[in-house]
Design a protein around this ligand. Structure first.
Ligand code: UT7
Length: 351
């Protein structure tokens, strides 16, 4: 028995016949969407908040402005908007979804998951929904996870979303981090592939190194350091980063992940139409591209207008690049990310 349309999410997980030889299905990305909040916070605005300058921020990071969500705009609200756009571009209804995965480090609540809020918002009543936490690498961790479900016939359609409201975990008095981050969301719809026009996921790679967990973290607010009046004053529930060291690991891990993927998938680097890297710092992006020997006109950059939106960054970039026509039918796109954990990930998609 192969995959056939289940009547409910529960059915999805009992329909695989384990007596039959396992056959892996090709998996395709069939639609993308993204959303960024309206409010722009420019470098000039930040000059009024902390001891910084437009010149420092642009030369050290490449960022000119970032988007900030409204106070009552939740991570799930941004995720929902990106999800609706992805479903529309895929031509898939919410009821056809079997799986929703949200990657975020800024969930609406610790529990329930942000994915469950999104499921309710869009009316995806047949989908199982859960969150994953892999920081800036989260979108491609979600992709790899969804590929397993769809490729094994355990889900017909999967929705993956990365959504972040980083403005709620930034220390707005720390100039070394507050100039870097922004809010936004990106999404993609996957299904078993092979149909004409489908974008095939050729290969994906994920990795982690927990020995370096203290390079980039939000130390407070979890079970290790529950919120108290004192540690709220100490800003312990905000992002803390050792920037220089993180920078070096970002370059080497993105290079290594992308290279191993290229080799494993048997891709000629000359055939890569576009590299879509994590949008943290233009100097990191340039260093990775140089090491992969990919010229800058084949590297997608949008961080100058959004800053670093963690997991959402590569998802928003993927959607924008597709809508701008930066890649088309038959083109190979390479996505590569890096984040706290440490975590890294890459994926090759033939559109
Ligand atoms: O998304 C997850 C992964 N994240 C990353 O990959 C980020 C990796 N790191 C970076 O992008 C860079 O390390 C930063 C952009 C965070 C910092 O750039 P940097 O060139 O590594 O600067 P730095 O930390 O070495 O600081 C250089 C100087 C310092 O002053 P002194 O000690 O030389 O006098 C900082 O205090 O720049 C100062 N500085 C600033 N000056 C003006 C730090 N932040 C600012 C600021 N404005 N906003």
């Amino acid at each position: 028995m192969g995959f056939s349309k289940p009547k409910s999410a529960h059915d999805t997980f009992i329909m695989t016949d384990l007596t039959q030889p396992f056959k892996r299905l090709p998996v395709a990305v069939i639609g993308t969407g993204s959303y960024v909040p309206e409010r722009r916070l420019t470098n000039a605005d930040l000059e009024k908040m902390v001891d910084t300058s437009d010149e420092w921020i642009i030369t050290r990071t490449g960022i000119q402005e970032r988007r900030i969500a409204a106070p009552d705009e939740r991570t799930s609200d941004m995720a929902t908007k990106a999800a609706r756009r992805a479903l529309e571009s895929a031509g898939v209804s919410a009821e056809e979804l079997d799986l929703i995965i949200v990657a975020t480090i800024t969930p609406d609540t610790f529990t329930p998951s942000t994915a469950c809020y999104v499921q309710n918002n869009i009316g995806a009543k047949n989908a199982a929904a859960f969150d994953i936490s892999a920081a800036c690498s989260g979108f491609l961790f979600a992709l790899k996870t969804a590929v397993q479900y769809v490729g094994c016939g355990q889900a017909g359609h999967a929705l993956i979303i990365a959504s972040e409201k980083l403005s709620t975990v930034v220390n707005w008095e720390d100039r070394s981090t507050c100039v870097l981050f922004g809010d936004g969301a990106g999404a993609a719809v996957l299904r078993s592939g092979g149909r004409p026009g489908d974008g095939a996921v050729l290969a994906s790679d994920i990795g982690s190194d927990g020995t370096l967990h203290d390079l980039l973290q939000i130390p407070g607010g979890g079970s290790a350091c529950p919120t108290t009046v004192e540690n709220v004053h100490e800003r312990l529930a905000t992002l803390a980063m050792r920037g220089n060291e993180t920078f070096k690991h970002a370059v080497s891990h993105m290079r290594d992940s992308a290279n191993s993927l290229i080799e494993r998938a048997g891709i000629d680097p000359g055939d890569i139409k576009l590299v879509i890297p994590h949008q943290a710092n233009l100097r990191i992006i340039n260093a990775v591209a140089q090491r992969l020997r990919i010229p800058s006109d084949r590297v997608f950059v949008n961080l100058y207008k959004y800053g670093n939106t963690s997991a959402a960054a590569v998802a928003i970039a993927f959607d924008e690049a597709r809508r701008e026509g930066r890649f088309g039918k038959g083109d190979i796109v390479l996505l590569v990310t890096f984040g706290a954990g440490l975590t890294w990930s890459s994926a090759a998609i033939r559109w």
